[in-house]
Design a protein around this ligand. Structure first.
Ligand code: ADP
Length: 246
């Protein structure tokens, strides 16, 4: 518990700091990219080459600040009641496309309703981050299992993404949730994937944890509280919606 408290205090402080910086930075980058776009129209062919390199760098910087913002934006979350199983099943295509052919994805989703109140975009990003990490841990191929089931605590659901990859030594596991901690090298990892997962779990009233041993693979799990509310009905037909607009 003390460890969890220490971690969430650290996250909060870092979240406030990075959120402020990322927000200003993002505005500056947007302006720079817009100017670059205009400049491209007036440059001769040989200048375009340099412009392309600059744009790639700025695009990467923008992606990084966006990740930073989503990690730090604890307040602006858009909590929605969704069924966990349905949400994960809808990600099947995206996840299949995100892994190489030498990696087998398997699914194990309990056939019971699991209503959770989450930001659906963050849920997708969290699961995608876990699958990409699992992929990166298996350069020679392997298996990834995506599971969702009622959790061990009453009224909870557990998402678990496990792999047959390299696993984590204790010193990596101790810091894996820390923002900017990465072992993937400059230009490859941002060190923000797992801190985003951690932030997602917290903002949904849950908790994230890692089980891993070098050589045995890794399992990252997210335990979320189930909500009593039901997922919303599908949106009304256009005619009914129009009638409300008097
Ligand atoms: P990044 O993926 O950009 O490095 P993350 O926060 O997602 O950032 O992960 C931090 C570090 O944790 C990774 O660099 C890696 O060393 C370790 N890690 C994360 N997921 C796994 C995994 N499934 N197997 C082994 N190591 C992992």
């Amino acid at each position: 518990l003390e460890e969890a408290l220490r971690q969430s205090q650290k996250m909060e402080a870092l979240g406030q700091l990075t959120g402020g910086v990322a927000h200003d930075f993002n505005n500056l980058l947007t302006a720079a990219l817009a100017n670059l776009h205009l400049m491209a129209r007036h440059l001769p062919a040989e200048g375009q080459r340099f412009l392309a390199g600059t744009r790639t760098a700025l695009d990467r910087a923008e992606k990084l600040t966006r990740q930073l913002l989503s990690f730090s934006r604890q307040d602006a979350v858009n909590l929605t009641v969704v069924d966990l199983g349905d949400s994960l099943r809808r990600m099947a295509d995206l996840l299949e496309r995100s892994v190489r052919a030498d990696i087998a994805l398997s699914w194990d989703i309990a056939a019971v309703p699991m209503p959770v109140a989450v930001d659906p975009v963050q849920l997708e990003m969290a699961v995608l981050n876990l699958v990409l990490n699992a992929r990166d841990a298996m350069p020679g191929g392997g298996r990834i299992r995506i599971a969702a089931s009622p959790g061990p605590e009453p009224r909870t659901a557990r998402i678990a993404v496990s792999d047959t990859g390299a696993g984590m030594p204790p010193e990596v596991m101790a810091r894996a949730f820390d923002p900017f901690f990465t072992t993937k090298g400059v230009g490859k990892g941002t060190g923000l994937g797992l801190s985003m997962v951690y932030g997602f779990a917290r903002q949904s009233g849950g908790i994230a944890a890692i089980d891993s041993r070098p050589g045995d693979g890794t399992c990252v799990r997210i335990d979320l509280p189930l909500t009593d509310l039901r997922p919303p009905e599908p949106p009304p037909a256009p005619a009914a919606a129009a009638a409300d607009l008097r």
